[in-house]
Design a protein. Sequence first.
Length: 137
Amino acid sequence: MGRSHPKILLAEDDRDLRELLAFCLYRAGYSVTSCSNGLELLERLNACCGKKGETYDLVVTDLRMPALTGLEVLEALHDLAARPPFICMTAFGDRATHELAAQLGATRTIDKPVDLDRLITMIDACIKNQYHEEKSI
């Protein structure tokens, strides 16, 4: 991948799923920071985007969470150039939700239940794509 332990910011309000995803991502070679709601996700992203310090290579977020939804976080960060790519997860995967997430800048939106191998393949592809874009700049 070019860099050791790319950093993933994971936001999921279901504790069991959040812990499972964090463990699987860690086993796949990622450094994972977890959030339990959209407000915490937005605060972490606001603290790092556009500033020196901790940055994230990718965000994996649920779309429906307490405090702020994943869509509201995407909307709040829509015009921020330094925003990392987002992979969104939803249990309510209707076409309109997928389209709105894409319009707000989500790289991918996947339906729950999440196929962990498919998710890791998507994450690997996003990280590799981002790395290649950075190298070409």
